[in-house]
Design a protein around this ligand. Structure first.
Ligand code: URA
Length: 229
């Protein structure tokens, strides 16, 4: 891949900016003056600009697991809180990176980000039943009756379809682990509200095979597509 195209694809700047950086010997790849063509853009390269390390993404498609903190919006145009995308490196801010589904601003945990629109669509299409695991902290102590109701299926307010949890188990009377394979708006909170309880905190602990293991809140990791499901 042509070096200018490569730098542009990493969010370094316009064609003109990248040309100027190269002409002024500001760019190094793997510690060396960059070649005219990057032989293996699928492998993240060690890029430095003016001696500063710049994180690179594998091309053409990349997959990033973010451990989402509370008070960040899953949106490129946030209204009340900063965007989850603002947690990524500066040079990635203008790249076409989308979230796979949404987490509410106050929900924490696993959020997959990618530029692979086809895979994103696959993962969010209900018929593909991608399993999401949540830990919900409840306002009121609950017993197995709640788990039973969630697995049997509940009717959501303003919806005429029942939705079921694949699995629901209390870890403590106020901490519920729950798996769902659909992704309706505020689904977990609405399912629990339909059982006369309330979620005071929600964490997505897994999306498919992905977890936040080894990723601190607010941090991210580049993963392989094959790790997702
Ligand atoms: N269900 C919710 O209610 N909120 C989320 O953020 C995710 C699932």
């Amino acid at each position: 891949m042509n070096i200018i195209k490569y730098l542009q694809s990493q969010g370094i700047g316009s064609r003109k900016v990248c040309q100027a950086l190269l002409a002024n010997n500001c760019v190094a790849i793997n510690g060396e003056t960059p070649p005219d063509d990057i032989a293996d853009p699928a492998t993240p390269q060690m890029l430095t600009i003016d001696g500063e390390n710049i994180p690179t993404l594998p091309l053409p498609h990349f997959y990033i697991v973010l451990n989402k903190p509370a008070n960040f919006e899953t949106s490129h145009k946030p209204q009340h809180y900063p965007s989850v995308f603002s947690l990524l490196p500066l040079n990635w801010q203008n790249l076409d990176i989308q979230a796979v589904g949404r987490l509410d601003a106050d929900t924490t945990g696993v959020l997959l980000l990618t530029n692979d629109g086809k895979f994103n669509h696959f993962l969010t299409t209900p018929k593909n039943h991608i399993i999401k695991t949540y830990h919900a902290t409840l306002k009121h102590p609950a017993d197995d009756e709640l788990c039973h109701k969630l697995v049997q299926g509940v009717l959501l307010h303003d919806d005429n379809e029942t939705v079921k949890a694949l699995f629901a188990k209390l870890i403590t009377p106020t901490l519920l682990a729950m798996k769902i394979d659909s992704g309706k708006y505020h689904q977990v909170k609405r399912m629990i509200a339909a059982c006369s309880n309330r979620v005071v905190h929600l964490e997505r602990t897994a999306f498919g095979n992905l977890t936040t293991d080894g990723i601190k809140q607010g941090e991210w990791r580049i993963i392989q597509k094959a790790e997702v499901i």
